[in-house]
Design a protein around this ligand. Structure first.
Ligand SMILES: [Zn+2]
Length: 267
């Protein structure tokens, strides 16, 4: 009995020392709610060191992503677009999920119902073993047919001078990411809105909240009564409507929330 009491005291002390009342409040809400939705953006990938691909030097320095990540660029020069994507894949391949990604997986495992919506194409959430993921902008490691949109799941290395063709229609294979000027997958965005509107707790993490429709998701959740938590390095257009805003890194803040929920579950 004595050791149990001592143990609990130590845990409580730990919480008091390392978490803020705001983080404790958020953990309390997460512990008591049925459906959590998390939206992530470039900020969480930046914590892993995913490059922005806005080149300053080298071969790709003279291009802007807006000039390469478009259907026009692919139709007029698929070789150079594939060379660029192969270079991006190679750089991203070296990057690992961080504590923020891991904490999101833990949060999913602790939740009755959980949806992760991400704007990132780097696949780091999958690598961190989060299961219920909606990838709004696609996945850089997946390919699809430029003509009939058939998905080719296998990650294959594409030789830019011999781009494979779709077995169904003969169209060229392209990366399965949303390019500038393209619409998001209708089913995915619809599901993202449905889940956001049903959520009781919505986390907006590492996103500048300026790119729509992703930026509308926290607003939709809040309008339907969800508690809105924003974790980002700086304030964004949705900060004024957030119930809780924490300036900082997801890799530092989310693990504290997860630890507190685990503590509550074990009581
Ligand atoms: Zn096809």
């Amino acid at each position: 009995m004595l050791s149990r009491t001592v143990g609990l005291t130590l845990v409580n002390l730990h919480s008091k020392l390392y978490t803020s009342p705001m983080i404790e409040k958020i953990a309390d809400i997460a512990h008591n709610c049925k459906h959590i939705v998390v939206l992530t953006g470039a900020g969480i990938s930046a914590e892993s060191g995913v490059p922005t691909f806005r080149g300053k030097e080298g071969l790709w320095g003279k291009f802007r992503p807006e000039e390469l990540a478009t259907m026009d660029a692919f139709m007029s020069n698929p070789e150079i677009v594939w060379e660029w994507y192969n270079w991006r894949r190679e750089l991203m391949w070296k990057v690992q999920p961080n504590l923020g990604h891991d904490a999101i997986t833990n949060l999913e495992n602790l939740s009755d119902k959980f949806t992760l919506i991400t704007q990132n194409v780097d696949g780091l959430h999958k690598l961190a073993d989060t299961k219920n993921i909606l990838e709004l902008h696609g996945n850089i490691y997946r390919n699809k047919c430029v003509s009939c949109n058939t998905i080719i799941e296998e990650t294959v290395e594409i030789q830019p001078d011999a781009i494979p063709s779709c077995q169904k229609c003969g169209g060229k294979i392209r990366p399965d990411v949303v390019w500038f000027g393209e619409m998001l997958d209708e089913q995915i965005i619809q599901k993202a809105f449905e889940d956001s509107e049903k959520s009781e707790l919505f986390f907006s993490i590492g996103t500048s909240a300026v790119v729509h429709p992703a930026a509308s998701l926290p607003v939709a959740a809040k309008e339907r009564g969800a508690v809105l938590v924003e974790i980002n390095m700086e304030a964004t257009p949705i900060t004024p409507i957030a119930d809780y805003f924490i300036a900082g890194k997801s890799g530092e803040i989310l693990p504290q929330i997860v630890a507190l929920i685990k503590e509550k579950r074990s009581i």
